[in-house]
Design a protein around this ligand. Structure first.
Ligand SMILES: [Ca+2]
Ligand SMILES: [Ca+2]
Length: 316
């Protein structure tokens, strides 16, 4: 190899560095140059009145909690009812092919009376289900970790619980008030937490996404405010393969992407009333799109939002 080719390689690296510099400084830093944010979302499924939980299992099949039931959805948008539950809260793939579901149970804190009757269900893709955790009043979101345990939020409290399928459950963190959606950084060193309310009774929605440091599987220090979306009622979170955080801004009907270092925001899509939870496509679904639920106030639509990048690998 002559010096010419070394020079040319060095020049190439410099050019790449300059390109990256421009990318950061520019107003749009997409991975797919054909996509300009905000993108136009499309309705993927319009069969439901209310939906929230959404997750792929380890076999690449999509499941949705909607109309007080759990459904499997095909890439065509056709849905099959699997089993009935009390509510429509968070879903997460668990193990090779099962799901965990957060269910408020018969009562919840927005009703006249609330009891400690929430349930975490373990549900097979065929719809067989059994209770695995009791003792959480109104479980909202489930985030599975790499050791077989999972974190569960109760967004009417300050509690993030850690639990497992033997029924063991304890409060893991009280650092973020009214925690809703969760997702961890890919290296596991931090947990992103969406704070949905600033107070209850009457409910005041808020827009804060926090970073909570983790060491040895436990919270390690004070949370840091990562971003405020300017919306109201931040709900589900998802992570892309570049470590960026996507948040469903429920009352604003928007999805934002947050830079995990700077907290800078990019508006990904809008016009989706009361979006709740979001996942990247897997299996036979579009892997460069988010699939997004909406609650009853949003009409229960399931949206597809192309984002031009894949999701981070999901722990199950
Ligand atoms: Ca309850
Ligand atoms: Ca939620």
């Amino acid at each position: 190899m002559g010096s010419g080719s070394t020079q040319s390689a060095a020049f190439g690296m410099a050019a790449a560095a300059i390109a990256v510099g421009f990318g950061i400084g520019g107003c749009v830093s997409n991975d797919d140059p054909d996509i300009e944010f905000p993108v136009q979302p499309e309705v993927f499924i319009d069969e439901f009145d209310a939906a929230e939980g959404i997750a792929f299992n380890g076999e690449g099949d999509l499941f949705i909690a909607a109309n007080r039931a759990v459904w499997r959805a095909d890439p065509s948008g056709a849905v099959t009812r699997l089993t009935d539950v009390f509510s429509n809260l968070g879903l997460a793939g668990f193990g090779e092919r099962d799901l965990l579901m957060a269910d408020f149970g018969p009562t919840n804190a927005t009703a006249d009376s609330s009891e400690n009757d929430g349930i975490i269900w373990l549900i097979s893709p065929e719809g067989e289900k059994r209770e695995v955790v009791r003792g959480i009043a109104d479980p909202n979101f489930v985030f599975v970790r790499d050791d077989g345990t999972f974190l569960v939020t109760d967004d009417f409290t300050e509690n993030i619980y850690v639990a497992d399928t033997t029924g063991a459950v304890r409060v893991w963190s009280t650092a973020v008030p009214y925690p809703n959606g969760l997702v961890a950084s890919s290296d596991g060193s931090r947990l992103y937490v969406a704070q949905i309310f600033s107070q209850l009774d009457p409910i005041v929605l808020t827009d804060r996404v926090w970073t909570l440091p983790i060491e040895g599987g436990e919270p390690a220090g004070e949370p840091r405010l990562l971003a405020e979306t300017g919306g109201a009622g931040v709900d589900g979170l998802a992570l892309d393969e570049q470590g960026r955080v996507y948040v469903a801004d429920n009352n604003a009907g928007k999805i934002w992407r947050i830079d995990p270092e700077s907290g800078a925001l990019v508006l990904i899509a809008e016009g989706m009333p009361h979006v709740a939870s979001l996942v990247f496509g897997e299996g036979g679904f579009d892997r460069r799109a988010l699939y997004v639920t909406s609650t009853f106030r949003g009409g229960g639509s399931i949206w597809k939002v192309p984002v031009g990048v894949r999701g981070a690998s999901v722990l199950r």
